[in-house]
Ligand binder design. Sequence first.
Ligand code: RIB
Ligand code: CA
Length: 315
Amino acid sequence: MTDRETMRVFIDCDPGIDDAVALAYLAARPEVEIVGVGTVFGNNTVAVTTDNALRLLELYGRPNVPVAMGAERPLVQAPRLAEHVHGGNGLGDVALPEPVGSPVAESSAELLVRLARENPGGLDVLAVGPLTNLAIALGLEPRLPELVRRLVVMGGAVEVPGNVGSHTEANIVNDPEAAEAVFAAGFDLDLVALDITMRTVATSEWLDRLKGVPGERAQRTSAFLDFYADFYKGIFGSRQCAMHDPLAAAVLIDPYLVTESFEVPIRVELNGSLTRGMTVADRRPRPSADQRRAARVVTSVSEDEFLKLMLDSLR
Ligand code: RIB
Ligand code: CA
């Protein structure tokens, strides 16, 4: 892709502190046209994540992007929120100004399907929350995997421990049935799982550099990340934080950052009493018994370059 070629991107998210940084990463790039943002329950209720999406798009300079409210609960189970990670308002308890805009009348799934039909082969999708909206969209338009050019999902723990349960990551375990439907559908799919996101962290030096960047975007984001880093200190033992969703955004628009990946069919465990919501990778040599279209699981990225781009996006 040349520098000037426009990418049309639909983002499905549950902002969420790292979702916020993902939005900033994409919003800062002139070659990225954010054609729509869908919201979903996850880090908070869908009412809160929708309100946050509107506030964040205004903060990051994309006030005219349509925001569509999505699912308020998973397909089958009860919702579980993550206020301990993202704060009571989903943004580290940092108050942003009331949004000027309001959500569009379409649901997230309806907006995604309409945009995919209007841009066959020309729409890329970033999914950084539970996959409920995408599963609903597949019900509305089974040809979605052919219409969408590329789907990047942040979710799962393929060969590493989970972050909610021993084997389960938040976005997948928050709606396992939806995730299974998405992995089964045949998308051209990159999976940015905990395998790489827990190794690609904003260090305390990076967080300090962000604190020194003037301007509303950087300063508000720095305040969100103070809360997030406090949570992650309990996991890493020092002030740093995993940048799950911005890394998925980077894999979408800066694919050259990916230095290693492997391709494997992914299934989601739906029944296990200990493993429900686990992403199961069939790593038998191909052709294996599993004929499902393989996902590309990212295992290595140019971390320094990613951290530089992420800081640039907040200047
Ligand atoms: O497991 C990380 C994912 O769940 C991210 O999308 C983050 O926003 C969290 O809630
Ligand atoms: Ca998220």
